[in-house]
Ligand binder design. Structure first.
Ligand code: SF4
Ligand code: SF4
Length: 380
């Protein structure tokens, strides 16, 4: 067999830039956490401590509320004002997935960064990348879709439109960020054990949480299928060295595919960086007539630009900080322990009924008010 002439890949890798972006985003999240801590201090002292504004970025840590807001926006065009920043962060992440696949997971997500670092540590420890056998890997990967399915079913099929709005308006949703803070500040022993187990499992199996359990990742994986940008392998110039497959953190058999169509691909570009042959493994915009190369630089700039443009759109249109006053926060904070949310199908149905009754009551009161106004103006 004639030996292939190898045209060496001289393009510089972009993993360094990806890591810098991941670190910057993690620092931003920590900064948001610190600001939120000072806001909580203000509430805990009953308003005695200096007022510190709630950082709107904290909304990004409320994916369920953001998903509900997203659904409300899709069905009614309303931008709900309880956590508007969450909605725009959600828009940004979904758009990133549609353009560059599940790129949020490998470029921005702080949990993704932590999983990567723990996975690297595990590989150094065991001197190899461990992988679960297929008979375990496939069913476990479906767990995140089951969780996502339950959330989507609850929001879209179990809740009426009225109940959805009532939930978003509810005091529970208004202060769900504060509730989340106390979940972690007063973390239960069971939750700690679960986190510790996940941490240890991630040492053995890279990205354990992301691969098997994260419902957010599952949703982005579905959107990523729509992305026209896919990793493509030139089967003619490929020398079957398998370096791409070995480098892939998502265990995708890159060296066997012509086009990577996978809900697990995070556009991390590890495979492209390690490929030793020029123009063999590339990210390409796939169109029915022609494929266009997407340079590595374009991925770095594109991912950042989408995130900044979408979140910037939220800020410049006045849909970033919610309009709750310090007094309203103090009011809800005092009553926080009495606020809950419906759990289970029966409670959800009850919540639907309550939302309908409240709407009817409002209408009756409005009618009464209108009649009174008419009477008063008629009497004059
Ligand atoms: S296929 Fe390539 S870009 Fe996709 S996850 Fe694997 S290494 Fe990253
Ligand atoms: S890294 Fe993958 S695509 Fe590149 S030459 Fe080796 S097997 Fe082929």
């Amino acid at each position: 067999m004639a030996k292939k002439i190898i045209n060496r890949n001289k393009e510089k890798g972009i993993q360094k830039y990806r890591f810098i972006i991941q670190i910057l985003f993690a620092v931003l999240c920590i900064w948001i956490g610190v600001e939120f801590y000072f806001f909580i201090q203000f509430l805990e002292t009953g308003g005695a401590a200096a007022y510190s504004t709630r950082p709107p970025g904290v909304d990004g840590f409320l994916p369920i509320s953001s998903f509900m807001s997203f659904y409300l926006f899709l069905t009614t065009g309303i931008i709900h004002q309880a956590h508007p920043a969450g909605l725009f962060i959600f828009f940004a992440i979904v758009l990133m997935s549609i353009v560059f696949g599940k790129s949020f997971c490998s470029w921005l997500c702080p949990v993704g960064l932590l999983s990567e670092l723990v996975g690297d540590f595990g590989e150094k420890l065991f001197k190899r990348r461990l992988k679960l056998p297929k008979f375990l890997d496939y069913p476990l990967r479906s767990l995140k879709y089951l969780m996502l399915g339950f959330l989507v079913y609850s929001v879209i099929f179990l809740m009426t439109d009225l109940a959805l709005e009532a939930f978003l308006d509810s005091p529970y949703n208004l202060i769900s960020d504060i509730k989340m803070y106390y979940f972690f500040a007063n973390i239960s022993r069971t939750s700690l054990i679960v986190i510790a187990v996940l941490f240890v499992l991630s040492i053995f199996i890279r990205n354990f949480w992301c691969r098997f359990l994260c419902p957010y990742g599952a949703l982005l994986g579905i959107f990523s299928i729509l992305s026209p940008n896919k990793i493509k392998r030139d089967t003619v110039s490929c020398i079957d060295c398998e370096l791409c497959t070995k480098a892939c953190p998502s265990f995708i058999k890159v060296d066997k595919a012509k086009t990577i169509i996978s809900d697990e691909c995070t556009s991390c570009m590890n495979c492209v960086d390690v490929c030793p042959v020029a123009d063999t493994l590339e990210l390409k915009t796939v169109t029915p007539s022609k494929n266009f190369k997407v340079t590595k630089k374009a991925v770095v700039i594109g991912v950042m630009a989408i995130f900044m443009l979408m979140t910037g759109a939220g800020m410049f249109t006045g849909n970033w900080q919610n309009n709750l006053t310090a007094e309203e926060y103090l009011f809800h904070y005092e009553r926080m322990n009495s606020y809950g949310h419906p759990t289970g199908t029966a409670a959800m149905k009850e919540f639907n009924k309550k939302a309908l009754m409240e709407k009817k009551l409002k209408e009756i009161n409005q009618k009464k008010l209108n009649l009174d106004l008419q009477k008063n103006s008629g009497g004059k």
